[in-house]
Design a protein. Structure first.
Ligand code: C2R
Length: 181
């Protein structure tokens, strides 16, 4: 039964137009980066992940940006660790809004990636979220899209209501649920 439901969902997802392009600097980043796609999927937003590096495969980054522009992708998310120039390079090659997701790892636990993503020169903004802030990268992309797509605004409202419900229970109810996990 579950299998049928899952495959239905993935067909629906496949039918939807990709609105968010998620580019990440290494296959090793994927365990964190996939959470961006998962959150967007929960909000009904179709996205795709492409592994490409401004340092190692700059031609692949440019080829993806060409395709993203042609296919009317609306928001781009650049994810990278250490010397994280990827989101900045993307922002230099597009007028689409670019969100930067700095990733932890390496000797500085993500501080290096945070600074190299956020400290952009004036005129080339990268809206940078917290180190490993996959959920917020997705939520910010959805908020940008919600300006244009009312159904995404509705999905954000529903998600906020669900979050609110966690705070409307008593401490004892919350404790009981935590113990049952
Ligand atoms: P490997 O684990 O593949 O050696 O990569 C990746 O995002 C990854 O976190 C180590 C780290 O290097 C990052 N990377 C960048 C860029 N390309 C890869 N910061 C870039 O273009 O900015």
């Amino acid at each position: 039964m579950k299998k049928t439901g899952d495959s239905k969902k993935s067909v629906q997802q496949a039918d939807k137009k990709i609105l968010v392009g998620i580019i990440t600097g290494s296959p090793n980043d994927l365990p964190t980066v996939v959470k961006v796609r998962d959150t967007l999927t929960e909000l009904g937003v179709a996205s795709e992940i492409v592994v490409a590096s401004a340092h190692r495969t700059p031609d692949k980054v440019m080829a993806y940006l060409d395709r993203a522009h042609r296919e009317n992708v609306q928001v781009l998310i650049g994810c990278a660790g250490v010397a994280a120039h990827l989101a900045g390079v993307i922002a230099g090659h597009t007028r689409l809004p670019v969100i930067g997701l700095p990733l932890s790892g390496g000797v500085m636990s993500g501080l290096d990636a945070l600074l190299s993503t956020v400290q952009m020169p004036p005129g080339v903004p990268v809206a940078t979220v917290a180190v490993d802030g996959a959920k917020n990268a997705a939520m910010l992309a959805a908020r940008i899209l919600a300006l244009k797509f009312p159904e995404i605004n509705d999905a954000l409202e529903t998600a906020a209501k669900k979050e609110r419900a966690r705070y409307d229970q008593t401490a004892d109810e919350a404790l009981a649920k935590l113990k049952a996990k």
